[in-house]
Design a protein around this ligand. Structure first.
Ligand code: NAD
Length: 496
């Protein structure tokens, strides 16, 4: 169904707008969710004309892989004609007056019913300033239309700065109007975690401390820091990946079943799940978290992090984090959750492994001489593969009773994956509909910071021995030790 709205994109000339937002809006246009009744104002410092802006928008959707050069040329041009550019310095109050005039004009011209989505595709230090001006210069409509604010990560550097940021935008927008993007929540396989857990009686019945031995979450990247050193030197893996994406996944894995699957009920259960993760003391954080930074690879063809362009020679930024979390959520109370993320690892893969408890007795041991039988493992593949694998055990076509693992596999084909909407397309569509199910609530963001701040604090007080893992490995040895001391090992190991 067509949605009516005016988008005002702060940072309209930036990388995010070009690579993600314009192609996502075009996909919504292709599918008819945006038609005649929408307009976009892009604002940034550069003095672009509307015509130039239209070229940029068409190029961005072309670069994103949409077929613009042939059949879609007319459609892309028509789409781009809904875009208006206004040169703007976020600190200058006068510009907001001009922005308001243009917004009101477009509202009439396209019959937008006063619906406005403000998208902050800029560095977070500007969010408070922009929100203040939007309010003071009356850019928020009050004629029955909606005012929604979409903001990007990073949402603060720790709890204190996140709270300051939240307070600053809350002067103009209430929590219901704020859509905090964690693009992981827009990914189809992340959204499917709840459907897998709560649509399958066999999975649902086993998802508890009686049957689950441990849960492992891996977000492994094979690339290094690439061109992002400027940002990464101020963030590191903990802020870039763990506080947001990893903890969001953990909350979906450990939450109790919501009454119904909507924003309100899901949020309640996710907040409860995060509150039920044990808040470590500094000593516990030291025992249960490991950080790492990549060095060169074994043949010296990959640069160590500290030699990458834009990084400091003595950088203490972590490119790897592993940790053990414990939940007190009644169903899974005491089940350890091992998490890890890192750059320059052996293989790119985001996956979740649910390792089930073994049986207390192998009745075939007399026949085979083997005491142990393999445990069952459910793997949820998030990217690049999408789907799941269940590892089961049985005898396999041999004379005796040698119990072997077998794999029940479901993988989406590349044709199926190609049809899945991009995370930004889904999330912008959700924001248009006012559906907050897949956005991070302040209660989740703030709790996640509190859980991780204590880890960060222990690290800030000690000098790490970096680099401590080889590019192309699966991270520092200490991350393996973290599991070995519990008598466990990482399930995903492409080097095995
Ligand atoms: P960018 O540097 O490419 O773009 C920044 C934009 O802000 C530009 O349009 C620039 O002109 C504008 N700008 C800067 N100062 C301004 C001022 N004083 N007045 C008016 N305009 C000004 O950054 P980006 O990569 O597009 O990222 C934008 C935000 O999105 C950041 O918060 C970033 O952390 C976040 N983010 C980006 C990505 C990504 O893939 N690029 C992914 C996740 C989150």
């Amino acid at each position: 169904m067509e949605q009516r709205a005016l988008f005002i994109i702060f940072g309209g000339t930036g990388d995010l707008a070009y690579r993600k937002l314009y192609p996502a809006l075009f996909s919504l246009y292709e599918k008819g969710y945006l038609k005649e009744h929408f307009a976009v104002i892009g604002t940034a410092r550069r003095p672009w004309t509307d015509d130039h802006y239209h070229e940029v928008v068409v190029n961005s959707i072309d670069d994103a892989g949409h077929d613009v050069s042939r059949t879609n040329t007319e459609m892309a041009r028509k789409f781009a004609s809904h875009f208006y550019y206004q040169s703007h310095n976020v600190d200058d109050a006068n510009h907001y007056v001009a922005l308001k005039d243009l917004a009101n004009k477009l509202d009439d011209q396209y019959e937008l019913n006063g619906n406005r989505i403000f998208y902050m595709a800029m560095a977070p230090q500007f969010f408070g300033t922009i929100a203040g001006h939007l309010k003071d210069q009356n850019l928020l409509t009050d004629n029955g239309g909606f005012n929604r604010l979409i903001i990007e990560k990073p949402f603060g550097r720790d709890f204190e700065t996140a709270k300051e940021l939240n307070d600053s935008i809350s002067k103009a927008f209430n929590e219901e109007q704020i859509f905090r993007i964690d693009h992981y929540l827009g990914k189809d396989p992340i959204q499917s975690i709840a459907s897998l857990r709560f649509s399958n009686p066999i999975i649902n019945a086993l998802w508890n401390k009686e049957h689950v031995d441990n849960i492992q979450v891996t977000l492994a990247e094979s690339l290094g820091v690439e061109e992002r050193a400027g940002y990464y030197e101020t963030a590191g893996a903990m802020r870039d990946m763990v506080q947001n994406h990893v903890l969001q996944v953990v909350s979906l894995l450990t939450m109790n079943r919501p009454e119904i699957y909507d924003a309100k009920h899901l949020r309640e259960k996710k907040v409860e799940a995060l509150n039920n993760i044990q808040q470590y003391t500094e000593e516990e954080a030291k025992q249960n978290f490991v950080r790492g930074q990549y060095g060169a690879d074994e043949i010296g063809s990959q640069l160590p992090y500290r030699d990458e362009e834009g990084t400091a020679d003595d950088s203490e930024i972590e490119t790897y984090v592993a940790g053990k979390l414990v939940t007190h959520n009644s169903g899974l109370a005491g089940v350890p959750i091992y998490i890890r993320t890192g750059k320059r690892l052996a293989k790119k893969s985001t996956q979740v492994n649910i390792i089930f408890k073994g049986l207390d007795k192998n009745i075939f041991s007399e026949l085979t001489g083997k005491k142990e039988i393999p445990t069952n493992v459910l793997t949820i593949h998030i990217e690049p593969d999408q789907g799941y694998t269940i590892e089961m055990s049985s005898k396999s076509g041999n004379q005796g009773y040698d119990i072997q693992p077998h794999y029940l596999r479901f993988r989406m084909t590349s044709e199926e994956k190609a049809k899945v909407p991009d995370a930004y397309e889904k999330l912008i569509h959700d924001a248009l509909k006012g559906d907050k199910t897949n956005f991070a609530h302040w209660d989740e963001v703030s709790r996640a910071w509190k859980l991780m701040d204590v880890v960060r604090k222990t690290w800030d007080n000690t000098v790490p021995e970096f680099p401590n893992y080889v590019s192309g490995s699966m991270g520092p040895k200490a991350a393996d030790d973290l599991l070995e001391r519990d008598g466990r090992k990482w399930e995903f190991n492409p080097l095995k």
